[in-house]
Design a protein around this ligand. Structure first.
Ligand SMILES: Cc1ncc(COP(=O)(O)O)c(C=O)c1O
Length: 359
């Protein structure tokens, strides 16, 4: 008997999610380099590769180090590497496996260049372009000048352009999401064309969120997608209209521990199981699979507050429920292990190898 709260993973649904995403991308000539920040597990990264991924994407160097130690040999590190220690660790990684990374500042490029030269290596570089979230990336009108400066540094080979269009999550209709996906692809294609018209040889066009990659035909022309969230699915994917509750593979299983008043129940999962992520809706911390009408309105660290009509529902102390989280990517990082099920039966324990590896 598993003890709550725990993270449950339906392997059948997850494998279907992987196959659907990877084959949709492949039909449109796009490689899949899934972002593993969603699961941080070597077992699941390898499964994604077995089911068609060309490599994986990591956010943090420490994640990439764990994945490489676990046997993954092709990684895109989609995060600006700043600081001598990071560049040194990156060079160590580059000696062992195939890695690529992004650059969006001269100090960042210079640090990588110094380390490449010191080690007699050539680093493949994607220039990161700001799609509009202003999180990272250079502005499109500065691209050419910046790319020339990076390419002039020894030890760096500029052969890719990169963007992350996270702003797509503000949209909830197919039409809006398709339009944003097309704009994302156009930004990369236009950037490639501009650079190649000026002597570059850009072959790698890296983009793709879960929402844009769902409509992969709109991304035609890019070479790779880094969609990550799709593997589990969550309230963000449901709100984006691409998934229903039936496509969500990951849930948090919790027990009803208290019913102080009719219509008020408390479960044993709070922010330490779900985080306080309100990205999907401003007033709900997830959907109860068994009771979609019952609301999870508030969390303390170890408590989740359920509210419901006591005329319609009668919860009982000790009853277990499954919560589809607002944002699945933050959940795996909270636990050492998740429990996998096939046909409703426990099948295996999956280790979150890169848990806490945020450095
Ligand atoms: C750089 C980068 N690429 C890809 C992804 C994956 O996007 P999604 O979560 O929509 O699958 C993310 C997610 O935050 C990201 O930051």
């Amino acid at each position: 008997m598993l003890t709550t709260p725990y993270v449950a993973l339906d392997m059948d649904i997850m494998e279907k999610n992987i196959n659907t995403m990877t084959s949709g991308l492949a039909r449109n000539g796009i490689q899949h380099w899934p972002h593993i920040k969603t699961h941080k597990s070597v077992r699941l990264a390898k499964l994604e590769q077995q089911l068609g991924a060309s490599g994986i994407t990591c956010a943090k160097l420490a994640e990439a180090e764990v994945m490489a130690a676990g046997g993954i040999d092709a990684i895109l590190l989609a995060y600006p590497l700043i600081g001598e220690d990071k560049c040194r660790r990156y060079a160590e990684l580059a000696r062992k496996i195939t890695v690529r990374t992004i650059v969006d500042s001269l100090p960042g490029a210079e640090g990588l260049s110094r380390e490449a030269v010191k080690n007699g290596l050539i680093f493949d570089i994607d220039i990161a372009i700001d799609y509009g979230a202003h999180r990272e990336g250079i502005q499109p009108d500065e691209l050419l000048d910046f790319a020339h400066k990076v390419a002039a540094l020894p030890g760096l080979r500029v052969n890719g352009v990169f963007t992350y269009a996270g702003t797509i999550y503000q949209y909830h209709t197919e039409q809006d999401i398709r339009r944003a996906a097309r704009q994302e692809a156009e930004l990369l294609i236009n950037s490639r064309d501009r650079l190649n018209a000026n002597g570059f040889e850009i072959t790698n066009l890296s983009g793709g969120s879960t929402l844009s990659s769902w409509y992969a035909e709109e991304l035609q022309g890019i070479t790779e997608s880094r969609a990550g969230n799709f593997i589990f699915g969550d309230m963000n994917a449901i709100n984006g209209g691409i998934y229903t509750a039936e496509n969500c593979a990951l849930t948090i299983c919790a027990t009803v521990v208290s019913i102080p008043l009719p219509g008020y129940a408390t479960v044993d999962a709070g922010t330490k199981s779900l985080t306080s992520d309100l990205s999907a809706t401003p007033h709900s911390y997830g959907m109860i699979q068994e009771y979609p009408e019952i609301e999870l309105v508030k969390l303390n660290e170890e408590h989740g507050y359920l509210r419901y009509d006591p005329q319609k529902f009668s919860l009982t102390i000790g009853e277990q429920i499954h919560i589809i989280p607002n944002h699945c990517c933050v959940v795996a990082n909270l636990v050492d292990e998740i429990y996998a099920f096939r046909n409703g039966e426990y099948s295996e324990t999956i280790t979150i190898d890169a848990r806490g590896k945020s450095f």
